[in-house]
Design a protein around this ligand. Structure first.
Ligand code: SAM
Length: 466
């Protein structure tokens, strides 16, 4: 494999269909943790504070249902023998519980990850107290207990505390390999903390004191569960070499792929939401610019693809369409933000920092009419926004175009130019490269929080506290 690839899709399908046997040197996975929380993406407001607009990033709730029962059955009937037995034992212990559903989701994915790993490769499974004991046994069943190398403990300070138990201030990272006598490893060196060895370096132990990403951190992108780059640097540097392939099948906002890129590794990232894929695209662009080439697979590239996505999951369609024009989605809360699917910000004044906005509506249905354009016009006026954009899957009628033209122009004071106040863009036009006509910002990309430019010397960005 000599290409970097970002996949939108379910990692089980992607692994089965696209990733070859023994083609990956290092796997890092940070799956949903069975935390029974829904995570919201918090976008930075223009003043740097948190936005009220939060949208659900991914469901982290697992329930025992038909899907889970089917996954369980498949792994018991067709999975490797040791795993099949382990799953049956889990079922006896856990019954038809949420935890059992979680393990039934994880088991076939771990089998695939073992298949794609090279004999010299290793896998780091990031989890926490909620499921680490169960996952350790599941990993033993898939990789064999002899392949267990370490339980790395990532210690951090942030997070809540309780009067009823010791504050939970660490995650577990279960480190396994495919073949314990062949796996690649180069121990990281860290400054010694004892007085006797002051100024010297020592091998890093298996507890890592690395700060979590706080609200003010430069690398913070607003993606919940975003992991610090320093943590991924430690893993990638010690368990892979330059030119090796790193795979993250639950890649979220792309921390592992961004670090792999900076450290000159090849990478494969997979995520099941268009939101994550959009955030990763921005992150890579901001950090590496146009120099970076990678393949993006699974996103619609033709009208039939887009129609299929709209049919399968209208929300994912919406995230994808908004992502194409660089707009950020708006949380769907009853009552609030009525008639708004996304927003785009710009700053076009010569002086001052006035934030202007474009309201976006995305329509994947068949029966769009002039009433939708009127509705958008009303929302733009209500919100005192500068412009409005309707993205449609269906071709708009002439009366719709006429209605949009009737809204006249937005005049940009900074650029002394006019832009149509209401615009209709079809998905076919977007796929052909057409974009919203609006004033370029004097400050680049004010809609998504910018990722810092990648530092070429990795040591510069290591903030390890020992
Ligand atoms: C805990 S987050 C990963 C965070 C990541 N380590 C980072 O630093 O941003 C888990 C991610 O897994 C994705 N996910 C959940 N189920 C998935 C699946 N079946 N296939 C691919 N991605 C999945 C979610 O959308 C979410 O972005």
């Amino acid at each position: 494999m000599n290409e970097n690839i970002l996949y939108y899709g379910d990692n089980l399908d992607v692994l089965r269909q696209h990733v070859k046997d023994e083609s990956v040197d290092l796997v890092y996975l940070d799956p949903p943790f069975k935390s029974d929380k829904n995570y919201n993406v918090l976008f930075a407001e223009q003043d740097g504070s948190r936005s009220a607009a939060q949208i659900k990033a991914f469901d982290d709730t697992w329930t025992w249902d038909q899907g889970a029962a089917r996954a369980y059955q498949e792994i018991v009937e067709e999975g490797p023998e040791r795993l099949s037995e382990a799953m049956q034992a889990f079922r006896q212990l856990l019954g038809d519980s949420d935890m059992m559903a979680y393990l039934a989701m994880m088991a076939p994915r771990l089998v695939q990850l073992r298949r794609v790993l090279k004999t010299t490769g290793s896998i780091y499974l990031h989890c926490d107290w909620t499921a680490s004991a169960h996952l350790r046994l599941l990993m033993d069943a898939v990789f064999g207990p002899q392949s267990f190398l370490n339980n790395v403990v990532w210690c951090y300070g942030l997070g809540g505390s309780s009067k009823r138990y010791w504050p939970r201030k660490h995650d577990d990272i279960l480190w396994y390999c495919k073949n314990p006598s062949h796996h690649y490893f180069e121990a990281a060196q860290v400054p010694a903390s004892s007085q006797r060895m002051k100024g010297q370096m020592k091998k890093a132990p298996n507890y890592w004191d690395i700060p979590t990403i706080n609200n003010m951190a430069n690398e913070r992108l607003g993606y919940p569960t975003q992991k610090p780059e320093a943590l991924l640097e430690r893993i990638i540097q010690s368990s892979s070499k330059e030119g090796d392939t790193v795979l993250d099948p639950f890649c979220g906002c792309g921390t592992a792929v961004a670090v792999a890129q900076r450290l000159n590794r090849r990478w494969i990232g997979i995520d099941i939401t268009h939101l994550a894929v959009t955030v990763i695209k921005h992150r890579l662009q901001d950090a590496f610019g146009d120099e970076l080439h990678y393949n993006l697979i699974g996103e619609p590239v033709s009208l039939p693809d887009a129609q299929a996505l709209a049919k399968e999951d209208p929300y994912q369609f919406q995230y994808w369409a908004l992502g194409l024009v660089g707009a950020r989605p708006v949380e769907r809360k009853k009552g609030a933000d009525r008639g708004i699917d996304g927003r785009l910000y710009f700053h076009d004044e010569v002086q001052g920092a006035k934030t202007k906005q474009i309201i976006l509506q995305v329509k994947s249905g068949q029966n769009i009419s002039v009433a939708h354009v009127r509705d958008l016009r009303g929302v733009v006026e209500r919100e005192q926004a500068e412009m409005g954009v309707l993205i449609t899957l269906q071709e708009p009628s002439q009366p719709m175009r006429t209605e949009a033209a009737g809204a006249a122009f937005y005049h940009s004071p900074g650029w002394q130019q006019r832009y149509p106040r209401l615009q209709i863009l079809t998905v076919a036009e977007l796929l052909a490269g057409k974009r919203i006509e609006y004033p370029p910002s004097r400050q680049v990309n004010v809609t998504y929080k910018k990722s810092p430019k990648a530092k070429r010397n990795p040591a510069e960005s290591l903030h390890l506290l020992f």
